[in-house]
Design a protein around this ligand. Sequence first.
Ligand code: NAP
Length: 326
Amino acid sequence: MQQSALRHHSFGKPLEVLQLESIPVAEPRAGEVRVRLEAASINPSDFGMIAGTYGHLRELPAVAGREGVGVVEALGAGVDSVSVGTRVRFPGEAGAWQASACIAADELLVVPSGVPVEQAAISFINPPTAYCLLRKMVELKPGDWVLQNAGNSAVGLSVIQMARAFGLKTISQVRREELVAPLQAMGADHVVLEGSDWAKNSQQLTGGAAIRLALNSIGGESAIDQIKALGEGGTQVTFGGMVGDKVRFPTRFLIFNDVRLVGFWWDAYARRLGVAGVRAVMAEVYAMMADARLSLPIERKYPFSEYESAIKHAGEPRLGKVLLVP
Ligand SMILES: NC(=O)c1ccc[n+]([C@@H]2O[C@H](COP(=O)([O-])OP(=O)(O)OC[C@H]3O[C@@H](n4cnc5c(N)ncnc54)[C@H](OP(=O)(O)O)[C@@H]3O)[C@@H](O)[C@H]2O)c1
């Protein structure tokens, strides 16, 4: 039996190196299950992996895609911990942009039944990253202020909604005026426009309270504004670099304001947590998804056959994830 898969045989730009191919359907070995994909997401890190610039890479030829959800459709010998029909994470490391794949049963991440399938498809990378950024980097108490750029990204929308659930206040930087109202409707306290000199007035936004944590996934001027707005002893966590440039910032903020600059990478953090630790973080995410305290917009779904349109769409301004379905 054959199935479709989006693969690349060299590293490069997605539209230049990706191909829709027919590959054999794998049979689960002892201890494995075969999972049938329901929906996969398109994330910025997919493009980094396809380009060969990400923190870890796959052997070529590689199926692309890092995040998806599916249902168990076949059990290998000796598997009794899970049954056919169970909804689980679709394999990250094997590549999520394929119709089915085999996974070791003891590594499965089961999705609770109350979580909508499209939310599940985008639950495994950005929401746990947002959770850890808010919960694991600095000690925050209700009422504390958190600043972030890319406020309309999946991480950004997760931060807004989780912060509200935790009693934290947010300032979100965005590039487009039309995003202000929808982000406020999701619970953002303040939404500011990049390049608008907002950092000079940040004390007015917080009523004089110091900003404790800044979350940076952009770089460039956007990250420098954050450093200027952070309160004394505040921490900036960099976890993405959408601008792709080096950040040149005034060192005086490190010296006179005791600002701390650190990084975060969910892949490495999750490896350190281990399977049980990741399941514990995901349980927190799913509790919020199940009662809609956390709900992320979906921009559009495309079949694999229209992957070129899907990839172009994912690179355009939007508010929500683009999904691929087999
Ligand atoms: N370190 C980690 O563990 C980790 C985990 C998850 C995500 N991330 C990173 O977090 C970031 C957000 O990921 P996501 O999946 O949530 O993103 P997403 O939903 O795909 O949204 C992309 C965001 O990036 C903004 N953007 C794109 N190009 C930009 C540019 N040149 N300058 C300024 N803004 C730009 C977009 O703004 P517009 O709408 O205005 O274009 C949008 O807000 C990415 O950098 C990703 O790699 C890191």
